[in-house]
Design a protein around this ligand. Structure first.
Ligand code: CUA
Length: 317
């Protein structure tokens, strides 16, 4: 009965150990100082208790050494926690360039996940072991939170923007997926599992799924259907910028600022084209708000990525 009882969830990602190490350090520091204060309260109460009615304690005029110590030591500890935490935060928020991309759409009350090859899953995600996986996430309705305790990742999934998280699973097996943001009546049921497989099993799983169209191909069709290609011509002769080799670049905007062309920028430019206009182009693009679903937006993003990255590489299919 106590088998499933453990103090911390299993550690099954490359970052899990580091997150736990920081957590243990924080607990240790807290316990040490809580203990120290308890002991000192008891010792001082005994040692300095008033022994008679007319006892007058000696006046104390401060101690530079003591005051220096209790300033410098906590400062050092707090800075160590800050540097350690910041280091880990950056490690967790920067996915490796080679990461496999998975697209996640949260809605009341389920997780919809899609692989770049088009395979769709609901409340289940199959991933290969020992390979980094990047999640690009958005929501169709309210704020959800993608939480996998065994990987020590938790990231808000917010309507109207893309957020991301990444992990590299270190052990095959099944791990719980939760929604960690109260999102309505069935919030508690909004969960599922992450299935971590060996590379060979994963390839077999990918091949065995119902073959849907790969995301970039679906995006290309949508691109044509919505007429995007009449202005965003590949040869650059259209009224809008060519999208070939754009992704990952930094572009100068009409406002003078320089903006990175990433998933969030593409999304904003499709729904609100005038928000950040690349310098040299007229504000003639209409909005596509209400005309494209979240799934469709992700397809378009995947297609534009497949047109080539700024560094000359192609997005993996
Ligand atoms: Cu979705 Cu809670």
């Amino acid at each position: 009965m106590l088998d499933g009882l453990r103090w911390l969830p299993e550690r099954a990602s490359t970052l899990a150990g580091q997150v736990d190490a920081l957590f243990f350090f924080l607990v240790a520091v807290s316990l040490f100082f809580a203990g120290l204060i308890f002991v000192l309260v008891a010792v001082f109460a005994l040692k300095y208790r008033r022994r008679s009615e007319d006892e007058r304690p000696k006046a104390i005029h401060g101690s530079l050494v003591l005051e220096g110590l209790w300033t410098v030591v906590p400062l050092g500890i707090a800075l160590a926690i800050f540097v350690w935490g910041a280091y880990l935060y950056f490690a967790m928020s920067r996915p490796p360039a080679a990461a496999t991309e998975i697209y996640v759409v949260g809605k009341q009350w389920m997780w919809k996940l899609q692989h770049p090859g088009g395979q769709r899953e609901i409340n289940e995600l199959h991933v290969p072991v020992n390979r980094p996986v990047k999640l690009t996430m958005t929501s169709e309705d309210v704020i959800h939170s993608f939480y996998v305790p065994a990987f020590r990742i938790k990231a808000d999934v917010v309507p109207g923007k893309y957020t991301s998280a990444w992990f590299e699973a270190t052990k095959t097996g099944e791990y719980h997926l939760f929604c960690a943001e109260y999102c309505g009546t069935s919030h508690a049921l909004m969960g599922g599992r992450i299935v971590v497989m060996t590379a060979a099993d994963y390839e077999r799983w990918l091949a065995g799924g119902v073959a849907e169209e790969p995301l970039p191909a679906a995006g290309e069709k949508l691109f044509a259907r919505l007429g995007c290609n009449s202005c965003h011509r590949a040869d650059g002769g259209g009224r809008g910028p060519s999208l070939v080799g754009r992704f990952g670049r930094s572009e100068k905007m009409a406002s003078g600022e320089t903006v990175a062309i990433d998933e969030g920028y593409l999304r904003e430019s499709i729904l609100n084209p005038q928000a950040k206009l690349v310098v040299g182009y007229a504000p003639i693009m209409p909005t596509f708000k209400g005309l494209i679903s979240e799934d469709g937006l992700l397809q378009l993003v995947a297609y534009i990525k497949s047109l080539g990255m700024a560094d000359g590489t192609k997005a993996k299919p």
